[in-house]
Design a protein around this ligand. Structure first.
Ligand code: ZN
Length: 454
């Protein structure tokens, strides 16, 4: 074998390298140039490099990809007045609190939330920001991602149907359709990067069938087609949604989704717990992706997506942590472990393996976001990877399968997280100079918001 050409960064001495779940190299290495993987290989064949990250025999995987989140909700984590009750109860308690969101709150909550994601092994995240009491909130999120160097898929969320129009949210957090569409187009024009290795993309994301009008769903799908960007929303999360759709639109949620022009491979949806078998088959045939959010499903206590059946149908299933006020944490490692446990609890021991779940959290999630350059480490991929410490106490005795051990035992935190070839977590510590100030500001802002409810 000829040595590979000189690299900018070499991650060497992995105990086990997962290039993707069908290509694993014991003792492997990854060479990086210009933020992308240029080569992988077995020990003894390493290229020279400007910088070396010695994995020290630890597990190396592709970075995990988060397909559903509401980062701003970390300002109302574990918020006592909202922790009991149904999804609709929870939302109606929190909408007035979130109406105090402003640009600073959006920036600071994003900065802190992205640090949390990096520590849980996430290198790309989408975010669904659907509360817009003031302008500029998505811009502030993108600024936080850019300041950190985090790969970010913003979604321009929206709500147009307030309680006055038969919807759920109060008037102060909804907008009119023209405002939503104009701001969506502005954000795509200002920030959406096309092609491989994009660091920022923008998708369009009305909140749910019970918070926007039919006209906005239709107009958003048309705008996404014209701008060639992706579509995201919540779908079939709750039985209350079935009732709402039947009473309001005379059909079930998936039928409604289809009738407004969203049944396409441009769309990925959060939760998708309650489609029946025929509806699931239609979603799969259309190529609609599903963001599976197991912790949120379990905390809301209302059923979960049938991940195994969906994957068997070829439907792209990714992993999501959902908002920090419904899940109250944002670790994709923990979310992956929960997905493993929940699948086996509901579907028996043959339902999913740890490799299946790693595939969901990487390539499955990437498919949901419309990307083939992330979620794996084959040459040409973005250099987004995680080193997991396999010498922790919790892994003592786990000798036979490093990938099964990764979800069954731990570690729960990344030892090193690399995004686009830049190390953002090193030996378990985030390399984010703005984090101490952001945490201090976060505490002040969270206190201000939560005082609204008192
Ligand atoms: Zn959600």
């Amino acid at each position: 074998m000829h040595p590979e050409p000189h690299a900018e960064l070499l991650i060497r001495n992995a105990g086990h390298l997962v290039v993707d779940t069908s290509y694993e190299i014991p003792g492997g290495w990854v060479a990086v140039r210009d933020g992308a993987v240029v080569a992988v290989g077995a020990p003894g064949d390493e290229p020279t490099a400007d910088r070396v990250l010695d994995a020290g025999g630890r597990l190396v995987t592709p970075g995990l990809v988060n397909t559903h989140h509401h980062i701003y909700q970390n300002l109302t984590r574990s918020f006592a007045p909202a922790i009991q009750g149904s999804l609709f109860d929870w939302l109606t308690t929190l909408y007035p609190v979130w109406s105090a969101l402003d640009e600073e709150a959006s920036y600071v909550s994003s900065y802190v939330g992205m640090a949390e994601l990096l520590l849980g092994g996430c290198t790309t995240s989408s975010d669904h920001l659907y509360v817009h009491p003031r302008p500029g909130l998505v811009d502030a999120q993108i600024k936080a991602a850019t300041d950190i160097g985090f790969r970010f898929h913003a979604t321009r969320g929206s709500m147009t149907r307030s309680v006055d129009d038969g919807g759920l949210p109060p008037r102060e957090v909804v907008q009119d359709q023209d405002t939503v569409l104009a701001d969506s187009e502005r954000l795509v024009g200002a920030y959406h990067q096309r092609g491989p290795h994009a660091m920022v993309q923008v998708a369009l994301a009305p909140c749910s069938p019970f918070s926007v009008t039919r006209e906005l769903m239709v107009a958003t799908a048309e705008l996404a087609e014209r701008l060639d960007v992706r579509l995201h929303t919540h779908l079939a999360e709750d039985h209350d949604e079935d009732t709402y759709c039947l009473e309001t639109y005379g059909c079930r949620p998936v039928e409604y989704f289809e009738s407004v022009g969203w049944m396409s491979d441009r769309s990925w949806v959060a939760h998708c717990i309650f489609p029946d078998e025929a509806e699931t088959a239609r979603l799969a045939a259309a190529g609609v992706g599903v963001a599976h959010c197991p912790s949120s499903n379990m905390l809301i206590g209302n059923g979960t997506a049938r991940v195994r059946a969906m994957r068997d149908l070829g439907l792209p299933v990714g992993l999501g942590c959902d908002g920090s006020a419904s899940t109250d944490h944002a670790s994709l490692w923990l979310e992956a472990r929960t997905a493993l446990l929940l699948a086996r609890f509901t579907g028996g021991p043959g339902a999913l393996t740890s490799r299946d779940v790693l595939d969901v959290a990487t390539r499955g999630s990437a498919r949901c976001l419309g990307r083939d350059d992330i979620g794996h480490l084959r040459p040409g991929a973005s250099a987004d990877l995680v080193v997991w410490d396999t010498s922790e106490v919790a892994l003592a005795g786990a000798l036979t399968d490093p990938v099964e051990a990764w979800l069954r035992c731990g570690p729960s935190r990344a030892w090193s997280t690399v995004v686009a070839g830049r190390t953002l977590v090193e030996e378990g510590v985030p390399l984010l100079p703005g984090l101490p100030d952001a945490l201090r500001d976060h505490r002040r802002i969270a206190g201000r918001l939560q005082a609204v409810a008192v």
